[in-house]
Design a protein around this ligand. Sequence first.
Ligand code: PGA
Length: 243
Amino acid sequence: MRKVVAGNWKMHHGPRAAADFLARFRPETDPESVRLIFFVAGLSLQAVKANARVPVGLGVQNIHWEPSGALTGEISAEMAAEAGASYALVGHSERRHVFGETDAEVGRKVGAAVRAGLVPVVCVGEQLEERRAGRLDAVLRRQVSAFIPGLRGCGEFMVAYEPVWAIGTGETATPQDASEAHGILREALGELGRAPILYGGSVQPGNAAALMSVPGVDGVLVGGASLDPEVFARIAAAGRSPG
Ligand code: PGA
């Protein structure tokens, strides 16, 4: 399977910076060997689409579960699809822990993404206290069982394992940590466990190849290091299949 190398720009890169990024983004890898996806601000979707020189998948970072309504400030999965997105991040740690998104809401958003024809990339991961208390397994299983019903009718989806303590901290899970968590997730997903499972949390050019060589790690979701085109191109190259 081609490795997935996905960038999550978070609240960075408006349309001008997005166009500039794409003009400078020249990964030394071809789309046959790596699947590139950018999760960008909705306002920057068009700029990425118009300026990409290599095939890239386009995604939004959040959606609401309703298709439309009196919900000031929200965007629906249908709107994201119409604006050019094919993917939606759902349940990113910042959505869960900064904006208080619950497991149930994550499940509804997954359902909305599926109905709109977007590929949901569902983020899960434990907080440091949960890991220390030996609750890794229980937390991941709880998060997975909350979104499985939303996948009904789904053609394709992905999961991103992002330990909360590794996001934006410079602290990365070891290949062993990633292997353990990905194993739990595959088991919890049951018959859906063949979906790609990405690792995220302080991925850098220096650790990307090691993480992607772990069996069961199908790619990476990159925050901070996806903001610079040269740095992100190096991570993309690390996902190239050998040979
Ligand atoms: P980071 O973020 O790579 O900056 O740790 C990852 C993410 O939040 O998806």
